[in-house]
Unconditional design. Structure first.
Length: 278
């Protein structure tokens, strides 16, 4: 990836993280930790990779994205807003009674949302259905999904994984946001889903492991997924929960807690300082 492109992606990802903090702090609730860890992947997909058009969000030939870890809407909403699907200013209304930006994605209300999600494990099943439809209709669009590592404790994930492999859905790529933490603590202590990469491989998937915060590695993995034929691809993206905000990084307590006013100000100051340094 060219340095100029990488720099712009870093700047955009930082703005996405700032939007995440705006959303959850304004609402006084939400899920900042897993949203921040996913920001770089979403930035790459929406600003570099996916065939999408904010002016025509329902284009039948567009690429699709499903946020299977549906509680991390602050990341998706901030990405969509910065991409031009709706005003960035609306992020401050997140989770308000009068707002269309609900706590979980709603495809009927939010431009750019391809699937309503929330109950963990179900989003990847919807993504499998989209990919299968693309095959049946001889369409060239690709389907991307993002799952949490704790979400892998849901049995439906593995039913979907088995189905995707059986039907050779090589137009499907699933990112596993592997930050190692869920609401109750370390994933290996709550309900150990390891070995994640080996399990997807055993279910018949092409598996790639990357650093979720390295744009070169993200791009290389996506290119390999597009080139691989006959199998869906799982990209195990090793990430940092709370990435970009010092006091949130690697802290399970920020899974579903919103920062107070002073904490939000500190987070925004850190992100603004990093943006200026770029």
């Amino acid at each position: 990836m060219e340095d100029k492109t990488k720099l712009e992606l870093k700047k955009t990802a930082t703005k996405v993280r700032m939007g995440i903090i705006t959303a959850v702090s304004s609402a006084g609730s939400g899920h900042p930790g897993g949203s921040l860890s996913l920001a770089d992947i979403l930035t790459f997909l929406y600003f570099k990779e996916m065939n999408i058009d904010p002016k025509n969000p329902k284009n039948p030939d567009r690429d699709r994205f499903v946020l299977s870890k549906g509680h991390c809407t602050p990341a998706l909403y901030s990405t969509l807003a910065n991409r031009g699907f709706f005003p960035v200013e609306d992020l401050a209304d997140f989770r308000q009674v009068s707002s269309y930006l609900e706590g979980h994605p709603n495809m009927d209300k939010v431009p750019g949302v391809d699937m309503s999600t929330g109950s963990l494990g179900q989003g990847i099943s919807a993504a499998v259905g989209m990919a299968m439809a693309g095959k049946l209709d001889n369409k060239n669009y690709r389907v991307y999904a993002a799952l949490g590592d704790g979400e892998l404790e849901e049995g439906q994930v593995w039913e979907a994984a088995m189905c995707a492999s059986h039907y050779k859905l090589d137009n499907l790529t699933a990112f596993i946001d592997y930050n190692g933490l869920q609401i109750d603590g370390n994933i290996t202590e709550v309900m150990n889903p390891e070995p994640i990469a080996d399990k997807f491989a055993a279910f018949g998937w092409n598996v790639i492991s990357i650093n979720a915060h390295n744009f070169d590695e993200i791009e290389q993995a996506v290119n390999k997924a597009k080139a691989f034929k006959g199998k869906p691809t799982a990209i195990v993206a090793h990430s940092i929960k709370g990435k970009g905000v010092s006091y949130m990084e690697n802290q399970a307590g920020w899974h579903g807690s919103a920062p107070k006013k002073e904490q939000a100000e500190q987070a925004q100051a850190e992100l603004e300082s990093y943006l200026k340094s770029l």
